[in-house]
Design a binder for this molecule. Structure first.
Ligand code: SF4
Ligand code: SF4
Length: 224
């Protein structure tokens, strides 16, 4: 990639002045950078097939996505502002079910169960947090949606998507960049499982402010 990921410089330029908004802007900046990098990669003439991903294509959403703390806080705030009380209750029930099923299981076991565990945000084949979905979802991509469908129907947990390796590099760059920034800010900087992270977000009275102050607001029982 020609332009390395550098959230710090951009965040310093933001006009948002509260610390809470700055941390959400850090996440948004990372996601914008991810989208730009994907677009730049996909437009290269050397790639012989375009990406097939689009909203509503959901076979890759039978997964438990990971997120950095700023991404999880952004998603939590999005849910807080955009979901009805009823939708939030349904979401928290889904989280409880997922965490019950995965409690004590290794990462390998969770991967094996993945077709029984749709992402908590998958609703009517759509992502209910699409605008703020984490970088891992944006870079989980394929040149062949039909192949994704076949993998989904085969229920083979180890089958790989037909994708360009550049996407993995884009994900690693933004994921590591965001975690490094959290560490520099002396805030919790662990990679998080999104279901657990959203449960913890709603279990805390002021999660964003507490995270900024350096509190360990996210529990890590689902990450091995
Ligand atoms: S990775 Fe596959 S299933 Fe997911 S959006 Fe792209 S084409 Fe669709
Ligand atoms: S957050 Fe959205 S895009 Fe990502 S796995 Fe869940 S439903 Fe799919």
């Amino acid at each position: 990639m020609e332009k390395p990921y550098g959230p710090t410089a951009k965040v310093n330029k933001t006009r948002m002045n509260s610390r809470k908004h700055r941390i959400l802007e850090l996440a948004l900046d990372g996601l914008r950078w991810t989208d730009d990098a994907i677009q730049e990669c996909a437009s290269r003439e050397s790639l012989n097939k375009p990406l097939a991903c689009k909203p509503g294509c959901h076979y890759c959403c039978f997964n438990q996505p990971m997120a950095t703390p700023p991404e999880a806080l952004l998603v939590g705030q999005y849910v807080e502002q955009n979901f009805t009380d009823q939708e939030r209750r349904v979401l928290l029930d889904k989280i409880e079910r997922i965490l019950e099923l995965t409690n004590g299981e290794s990462h390998e076991e969770i991967v094996k169960m993945r077709y029984e565990l749709p992402c908590i945000f998958l609703k009517d084949r759509m992502c209910s947090v699409y605008d703020v979905r984490p970088a891992v979802c944006r870079t989980c991509s394929s040149t062949d949606a039909e192949h994704c469908r076949m993998i989904f129907e085969s229920k083979d947990p180890l089958a790989r998507l037909r994708c360009y390796p550049h996407m993995r590099q884009i994900f690693q760059a933004v994921h590591t960049g965001l975690l490094t920034r959290c560490h520099e800010m002396r805030c919790q900087s662990d990679p998080l499982q999104i279901a657990e992270a959203i449960r913890d977000y709603f279990n805390h009275p002021s999660p964003i402010e507490a995270w900024i102050k350096g509190e360990m607001i996210f529990h890590l029982t689902g990450v091995d």
